[in-house]
Design a protein around this ligand. Structure first.
Ligand SMILES: C[S@@+](CC[C@H](N)C(=O)[O-])C[C@H]1O[C@@H](n2cnc3c(N)ncnc32)[C@H](O)[C@@H]1O
Length: 513
């Protein structure tokens, strides 16, 4: 987990935030691990999610919470969350521009003392009298008379006080607002029933997130929500929780990565938020097939290996299912056309055969493909629920990719053109074109022109490239034989690049992790 978290931090933006949900059992070691990776100073919060679930069957202590640890890459870059706790009542303090509180506070730490309110002290009512009294706090040692919202002659009042010193500064400063210890502007006011209150102006960057999160749904309600989508998954997170966490991030145009995606709740929440505020948030989800080592039948090469990672990637572009050749909705644009699927099948040849219990011993089990991607597809495109009603999609697109392991030492021999082409597009674009084996050159449009991948340099590819150069302002051509290609492509609008070493290193490194 340590290395995975280090990579996660590397992937985050400078102002990025990391959320991790964890229960009591694993909280303590995870907190220490995260302190080490992110630094204690970048710890933002330990949110407690009140899980609301059914806990009748638990012995001794009934646990109804989990945690969400929140870290920043750099806490100075993360402003207060621009969201208000969903449980805050609209009439409550959080929604007012000013916060009022009585400063009358009696107790051992606040012994009773006198405070003299001079003439001119402000009141929140036009005119009236607060009679002398000893039966209610604060005591009034004389009658207070108010005209034009001001005390017309001094009065001594007596009580224990929460904020007496600040009030005295307010009086000394001729009733001008004063800053409290938290730098909040504060004024004081007398009310008609004789209370003395302070008024603090709400700071615009003030946080409205309360550390205990309630009423955002439960695992049970989330499960039921998924069943309505005709998807079955144990322990999904409620969409409401993810929506709330994501709305703690400023702006509505950012990328969210969930590398333990499970049923894809994160994608669901991202698209829901986009629909609500017209945002342009993107997601990358990664999940395993859930074929875990202990359950694997002894069938190499996965007997010692573990899981296959797969991912869904939304960058506002294509939507495809790379695994399922029979899916009739495929192949319009993007990575899921026939060639790509053939390619996937070619990759699949490296895997142990399904029927022999390869891929983790669960021939039919592929959580990523059948649960996560399927849920995302239904949520985005619409679906027919259990009751037979049509539910409209939230809109948006996604692409589905499958990762495979290539032994580090064999990357250059085993890497496929389709994989290279995909990775090259990722450098420049937010949408993807499938690898088309019948084309001499792979191409994809981008803002200023065209990205091309030239698998070999020969007469056909040169002719094709020259045609492309004539039609586009700029053509970036990636090739293995970049130097050779440069000699043959004199046109000024060509930029010839070798396949980047970092890209190949990445492919190689992926085996090591
Ligand atoms: C607790 S679930 C996440 C649930 C998710 N938040 C939801 O609402 O559905 C964790 C998921 O991570 C997946 N997982 C486990 N090991 C993984 C790995 N090495 N790489 C990627 N995903 C993994 C599991 O298959 C499981 O579905």
């Amino acid at each position: 987990m340590y290395r995975r978290l280090v990579v996660a931090k590397e992937l985050l933006a400078e102002d990025g935030v990391f959320f991790v949900s964890i229960d009591d059992a694993e909280y303590a070691p995870l907190k220490l691990l995260l302190d080490r990776i992110f630094g204690e100073k970048n710890f933002l919060a330990n949110l407690v999610w009140q899980t609301d679930g059914n806990f009748d069957n638990q012995a001794r202590f009934k646990i109804c919470h989990e945690y969400v640890l929140v870290y920043a890459v750099n806490e100075t870059q993360v402003p207060s969350p621009p969201v208000i706790d969903p449980n805050a009542e609209e009439s409550g303090k959080l929604f007012r521009d000013e916060i009022r509180n009585t400063i009358v506070k009696n107790g051992p730490k606040n012994p009773v003392s006198e405070l003299t309110l001079p003439a001119g002290f402000p009141a929140d009512f036009e005119e009236g009298i607060i009679p002398e009294r000893q039966d209610k706090w604060p005591h009034f040692l004389g009658t207070a008379e108010i005209k034009n919202k001001k005390l017309i002659s001094p009065v001594i009042i007596k009580s224990g006080w929460a904020n007496k010193k600040l009030c005295e500064r307010f009086i000394a400063g001729n009733f001008q607002p004063v800053f409290d210890t938290k730098n909040q502007l504060t004024t004081f006011i007398l009310t008609q029933n004789g209370a003395l209150e302070n008024i603090k102006l709400r700071k615009t960057d003030q946080s409205h997130v309360v550390s205990v999160i309630k009423n955002v749904g439960s695992v049970q309600s989330a499960g039921a929500e998924l069943l309505a989508l005709q998807i079955n998954f144990t322990y999904p997170k409620p969409v409401g929780l993810l929506e709330y966490l994501l709305s703690m991030i400023h702006g509505n145009d950012f990328l969210v990565v969930d590398f333990f995606a499970g049923s894809g709740t994160t994608a669901h929440a991202v698209m829901k938020l986009n629909q609500e505020d017209g945002g342009n948030r993107h997601f990358i989800l990664v999940s395993s097939t859930e074929a875990v080592e202990e359950k694997i039948s002894p069938n190499p090469p996965f007997a010692k290996g573990g899981t296959i990672n797969e991912s869904s990637f939304s960058k506002g572009g294509t939507e495809e299912e790379a695994d399922d050749a029979n899916n009739p909705s495929l192949g319009k644009r993007g990575i899921g056309n026939q060639e790509t699927r053939d390619n996937v099948d070619e990759f699949a040849a490296f895997l142990p055969p399904l029927q022999k219990g390869g891929r983790g011993g669960f021939p039919d089990k592929n959580l990523c493909r059948d649960v996560c991607a399927e849920r995302v597809r239904r949520v985005l495109q619409g679906y027919v629920n259990k009751k037979g009603e049509a539910v409209e999609g939230l809109g948006g697109d996604f692409a589905y990719f499958r990762a495979m392991r290539i032994p580090k030492g064999r990357v250059y021999e085993e890497i496929q053109d389709a994989q290279i082409w995909l990775a090259l597009q990722l450098i420049h674009l937010e949408t993807f074109q499938p690898f088309a084996a019948d084309k001499p050159v792979q191409t994809a449009e981008f803002d200023h022109g065209l990205i091309a991948y030239c698998t070999k340099v020969n007469a056909d590819t040169l002719m094709e490239l020259e045609k492309l150069a004539a039609d586009h302002a700029e053509v970036i051509v990636y090739a293995w034989q970049a130097a050779l290609l440069r000699q043959h492509l004199p046109a000024a609008n060509f930029i010839v690049e070798a396949i980047p070493a970092f890209l190949m290193n990445r492919f190689g490194d992926s085996h090591a992790t």
